[in-house]
Write a protein that binds this ligand. Structure first.
Ligand code: DON
Length: 596
């Protein structure tokens, strides 16, 4: 990484300030000055740590890591996709305006939007039947990307180090190359075959497959991979900022490719794309405040509903458990599946982009509603899927990282191309892939998307609308007796619709079951989402006895080696722990800031 003189001066200045005890923003971690990262690969972990060591804010580390992942984790790290960032942080602009630098919760929505030319029936044939895979592969599958503007907006509000310095590690990795890990090579190989098979049913040009093949051929495990076109793109971003992507040379490259391939994204779509700062979902749970993703994500509402309904039925669950006639994990899995049935029924009916549909957030989270909704389940038998209706009276690939800096500022960031390598469309001249996020819309009421979740009118396609998501970057806060608020956890994961149940289970594992961060992440997870009927996905480590009991109860079991790649940081007795899911290629580290 290039060291600039102004960096060193800035770092020196910050050290001086620290020595003078003038860092008023450091209320939340005064005792420990620990920092932690939990990242999806070793390159992003190294870059995030390096940026923090240079005096960067957690957001500086997040921006640098996100650009790094666009190079080293091309399955999901991206320039051509979008995502969400949940923060607990001191904002520079707030401090400038009001002089109040105390940390607060924030949520940044940089989700893709449907192009202006999109319409509700764009993936249907004359008979109004869904054309297979058209929302998943090729040029028509992409929403207008939000990642670059999102990272820019976060940096504008919170960043301390110069923008271009945050891109330098990614530029170096793209130009000099890195050694391809086994899992990247395997996923690229699998995706290449999948893409070739699906392109013609989707009526998309086979040149997409040739383009992806040229991109993926050098991805050989153990071999160095260099990306000169991407290095040039990142250099333009470093020098010209987000404008290079939305109005400049990169916009030209994207639009040219879209026009040649029959895609919908235009110069106007790019120039008018805006991120949104939104109120996060906040919910009390145990002694904590949950801060998570609001619509257009379903994640925050769904996780809050799961946690709260679980609390409401915990005593009954404990009673059933004490009877001891079912293995603990079978009972727990059934309980979670019953909770999830109700939550995913609401998700399908009520949730969509809040700029287009009114989402009844307060009602979906109200105590009375959840109390009533949680009553209709028992611990012996499965509720009939068809009877689980939305409850109000009327009317693999994404990536996540978690960062806490030495002052207690926290970033929880999930971003994605949707499937691994997105739509398969490579913007050749610019060296990056486009998303296939349009599949997260409901193509037609009741027809499931690639993750098997259904939706209706609230998530129908409309020009410039954001598609419903399950991404749930989450932060847990705890306020002590002196009124000081600390970050108790930073967590999130990929996994499509299973993101919600994974984050839920990991929070329960740490804060109710008392598992260590690593155990909480690595222990067996299960997933149910209302449809397919009574299907439970499970990690291969689920015991035979549990599987037998669940089968006897009437569940269909489906083994799944993945179900997310959780990146967790949690705090116990004022000490941070960090854990990266053993199922991915992540790296987690905690360190004392003065050690660097
Ligand atoms: O926004 C969503 O919910 C999906 N596009 C996320 C996709 C995902 O997590 C794929 N990962 N395995």
């Amino acid at each position: 990484m290039t060291q600039h003189a102004n960096h060193s001066l800035y770092a020196l200045f910050r050290i001086l300030l620290l020595c003078l005890g003038l860092m008023t923003a450091s209320v939340s971690q005064a005792e420990t000055k620990q920092a932690a990262v939990s990242m999806p690969d070793r390159h992003s972990a190294q870059v995030a740590r390096q940026i923090l060591a240079q005096g960067g804010h957690a957001v500086d580390a997040a921006v640098a890591a996100a650009f790094t992942l666009a190079v080293t984790y091309p399955e999901a790290g991206n320039l051509g996709g979008g995502g969400f960032m949940t923060l607990f942080a001191s904002a520079r602009d707030e401090a400038d305006k009001s002089g109040d630098a105390s940390p607060q919760s924030w949520f940044l929505d940089y989700r893709e939007k449907a192009p202006k030319a999109a319409d509700q029936d764009m993936y249907l044939d004359e008979e109004k039947a869904v054309i297979p895979f058209q929302s998943l592969v090729g040029y028509k599958a992409s929403g207008v990307p939000g990642t670059v503007k999102g990272l820019w907006a976060a940096h504008q509000r919170f960043g301390r180090l110069p923008w271009k310095d945050l891109l330098q590690p990614a530029i170096d990795l793209a130009r000099n190359g890195f050694v391809v890990p086994e899992s990247l090579a395997t996923t690229a190989d699998w995706y290449q075959g999948w893409l070739e098979e699906k392109l013609s049913p989707a009526g998309q040009p086979l040149s997409v497959a040739a383009g992806f093949k040229a991109f993926a051929d050098p991805l050989q495990a153990g071999k160095r991979w260099r990306q000169p076109a991407l290095a040039n793109t990142l250099t333009s971003l470093a020098e010209q900022g987000e404008a290079a992507f939305y109005q400049g040379v990169i916009a030209d490259q994207m639009v040219k490719a879209m026009q040649a391939g029959g895609g919908l994204i235009t110069h106007q779509d790019l120039a008018e794309y805006q991120v949104r700062w939104r109120e996060p979902i906040r919910a009390d749970w145990l002694d904590y405040e949950l801060v998570s993703a609001p619509p257009p994500s379903s994640g925050g509402i769904a996780i809050a509903q799961l946690l709260k309904m679980k609390q409401l039925r915990q005593a009954d669950f404990d009673k059933a458990r004490n009877k001891g006639d079912l293995p603990d994990m079978a009972l727990r899995t059934h309980f979670y599946a019953e909770l999830a049935k109700r939550v995913y029924a609401d998700r399908a009916e009520y949730l969509g982009d809040p700029d287009f549909v009114e989402v009844p957030v307060a009602r979906l989270l109200s105590h009375d509603y959840l109390q009533e909704r949680a009553q209709g389940m028992d611990f012996q038998s499965i509720s009939k899927t068809e009877t689980i209706r939305p409850g109000l009276a009327e009317s693999t690939d994404t990536t996540h990282f978690s960062i806490i800096d030495g002052e207690g500022n926290a970033v929880s960031n999930t971003y994605t191309l949707n499937m691994p390598f997105g739509s398969g469309v490579v913007i050749d001249a610019a060296g990056f892939l486009m998303n296939n996020e349009m599949d997260d819309f409901s193509q037609k009421p009741g027809v499931p998307n690639v993750f098997g979740v259904i939706g209706g009118e609230a998530n129908a396609i409309a020009p410039e609308k954001r598609m419903l998501s399950s991404m749930s970057p989450t932060i847990l806060l705890q306020t002590d007796a002196n009124g000081q608020t600390n970050v108790a956890a930073v967590v999130g994961t990929p996994g499509g619709s299973s993101i919600i149940t994974s984050v839920f289970q990991v929070l329960v594992n740490v804060f109710e079951r008392g598992l260590s961060a690593q155990q909480a992440v690595d222990t067996t997870r299960v997933h149910h989402q209302l449809w397919p009927k009574n299907e439970i996905k499970y990690h291969p480590t689920l015991s035979e006895a549990t599987k037998d009991h669940l089968t006897l109860m009437g569940y269909q079991l489906k083994q799944h080696g993945y179900l997310g790649d959780v990146q967790l940081i949690s705090r116990h007795n004022n000490q941070l722990s960090a854990a990266a899911d053993q199922r991915g290629r992540g790296v987690a580290q905690v360190w004392e800031m003065h050690a660097d």
